[in-house]
Ligand binder design. Structure first.
Ligand SMILES: Cc1ncc(COP(=O)(O)O)c(C=O)c1O
Length: 330
């Protein structure tokens, strides 16, 4: 369980390529959460933990996966967000609540807490992670140092290495089995944790006969932000994945008609449902790379990183906008 996802051949943008179906790893820990949280899922070294503290968006896939992890392990989960919108609060109060990441996480017992930014302790804080840093001493007092586990936003931490290294081995073994010696592995990045640890682990495991490169695109904050995220995780520039774009600037979570149409086209032609936050940007950028022949002579493996629970709220938003033709076309 949580490893050995299948690989599927598809045609995309006039090219044969492959999709690593990490979305099929596990219904609750699909995609990169199964990889990032593998360390905790499989290890018994965390018996002393009583509480896990996370942070991020109230609609994040990682909130839901963390809530399942905490429930499985019998841990408390405190999850800090910048803000909880009225729409989300309504979701909880509704007679038939939508099955969103937020609603499911709260049902699993997650304490989702909005940071009180007017509290003077957070005066100097720019990010959620900084605010959580300020709260650490309270947690240590309450639980004891060994009993609290802090997981940074999006699972951007060393722990993610364990599961991503297994993903790297699966890809290398697959490439050897299918006699592929030049491979580009493409995946869209948020924090860049998965892409960075994947390239690092591939570099460590591959001999010189295998040329496997990780290529990614930024979905949050642009290319400079992504490089700064890589730097927070590693100082070895040779393991930084290549960052590419299609020439457009996308804003995370914003709806773009051309991206939705591409997502719909891929669903119709391959039968694969991708997520609606990261994958439409990933697929658009990959399409551009294929069309500009930048990947000529290389096989391409796209990693489906799951996140489909987020579609429960994204799909109706897109369908509503598409119907009203209010979408901003790039
Ligand atoms: C579906 C999906 N794709 C891509 C990403 C980006 O992963 P990372 O933050 O490791 O770059 C995430 C976030 O964890 C995700 O949920």
């Amino acid at each position: 369980m949580f490893t050995d996802s299948p690989t599927q051949e598809i045609f995309f943008a006039g090219h044969k390529m492959f999709v690593k179906r990490d979305d099929l790893l596990h219904p609750d820990f699909s995609g990169n959460k199964a990889r990032k949280f593998f360390h905790f899922l499989k290890s018994n070294n965390n018996n002393h933990v009583k509480c896990v503290v996370g942070s991020g968006s109230a609609q994040a896939n990682s909130l839901y996966s963390l809530s399942v992890l905490a429930k499985l392990k019998g841990w408390d989960l405190d999850y800090y967000v910048s803000h909880i919108s009225d729409a989300l609060t309504q979701q909880l109060l509704s007679v038939s609540p939508v099955n969103s990441n937020y609603v499911q996480a709260v049902k699993n017992g997650a304490n989702v807490k909005a940071v009180n930014w007017s509290d003077k302790r957070f005066n100097q804080c720019q990010h959620l992670d900084d605010a959580v840093e300020q709260l650490k001493s309270d947690y240590y007092l309450h639980y004891g140092k060994q009993e609290v586990l802090f997981i940074p936003e999006g699972g951007r931490c060393e722990y993610a290495k364990t599961g991503v290294a297994i993903l790297a081995s699966e890809i290398i073994n697959w490439a050897i089995e299918y006699d592929i010696d030049k491979l580009t592995v493409f995946l869209p990045s948020g924090t860049g944790t998965t892409a960075l640890y994947l390239q690092q682990s591939i570099n460590e495991k591959c001999d010189q006969h295998l040329d496997i490169k990780v290529m990614t695109c930024s979905t949050v904050g642009g290319d400079d932000y992504l490089v700064s995220q890589f730097r927070r995780l590693s100082s070895t520039i040779s393991c930084f994945p290549e960052i590419v774009t299609d020439g457009n600037k996308y804003h995370f979570g914003k709806l773009y008609l051309n991206l939705f149409e591409l997502w719909q086209e891929v669903l119709a032609t391959t039968g694969i449902t991708f997520d609606l936050l990261y994958d439409p940007i990933g697929l658009a950028v990959l399409k551009h790379q294929l069309q500009t022949r930048a990947l000529l002579g290389r096989e391409v493996l796209y990693i489906h990183q799951g996140g489909l629970l987020g579609n429960v709220t994204m799909l109706p938003r897109y369908l509503r906008k598409q119907k009203n033709k209010k979408l901003r076309k790039l």
